[in-house]
Structure formats: structure tokens, C-alpha cells
Design a binder for this molecule. Sequence first.
Ligand SMILES: [Fe+2]
Length: 158
Amino acid sequence: MYRSPSHLPEDARVEIANQLNSRLSDGLDLHSQIKVAHWNIKGPQFAALHPLFETFAVSLAAFNDSIAERAVTLGARAYGTARHVAKASSLPEYPQETSRDLEHVRLLAERFDQYLDSARQSRSVADKLGDTDTVDLLTGIVTEFEKNAWFLRASLES
Ligand SMILES: [Fe+2]
């Protein structure tokens, strides 16, 4: 571990940074999956969903950057190559042959739910270890992606 401006003990910083790296792998994987949906979507809802998916990707890219930088601030390294992410992500692979608009919505909604569950679990770890700042970061992510998950679920309602 590097020196850190954080006042947390090193064992806590290691544990939180491990959580952050896991969430970074999930976030980078999810970002690539959202882009695949953005590129390949076809159907009557294309005009609404193609740009909506891009807004998800843009906000997730910013969160991924914040998560990585929080891990390094805590004295760890941030791991994020495509090869690393392919091994470390907890999300299922995206079926890239999918084209139908609402099928992409369903697939992304499932993955947003999984991403949110893991983010909440990591937030609990940070909370238990007294890292209010990582809790805040993860709360911002949970709030934004709960909203995004609602956008997707609303698109699936008849
Ligand atoms: Fe685009």
C-alpha cells in the first residue's frame, strides 16, 4: 500500500480498496455492455433508447473513474484492463447477438440490479469500517443507478 492522506488504518484501507476494485471491474464490464446495447439496438424504441443508453454509459464512466481514484487515494492500485476485468467482473457476459429494443432493456435492467446489489454490499463494508467518504461515493452511484433501473423498468411496463 502507498501512503494515504486517509486516517483509516491500513487493514481497513486494504479491505475497502479490494471492494472498490471489485466494483471497478463490474463497472467497466457494465460500461462495455451498455455500449454494446447502445450500438446494436434496433426496433420501434430505438430513437428513445439509443441516446438513453449513452447517458447511462457516460454517468457510469465518471463513477468508474471516481471509484478507481478512491482506491488509489486509500493507498492501493486500481486494476482496470480489459483482460483483468474479463476475469474479475461478477456480471454475466452480455449476449451480443441481441438486437430487439426491449430485450436490451431487460438485459440491462437485470445487470443494473446485480451492479446495485454489489454496490450496496461494498457500501456496507465501507460503513462498517468507518469510511464515510467511500460510503458517500457509493451512495451517489446507488442513487443514480436506482434511477436508471427505474427508467428501464418503466420502459418494460405495458
Ligand atoms: Fe454513440
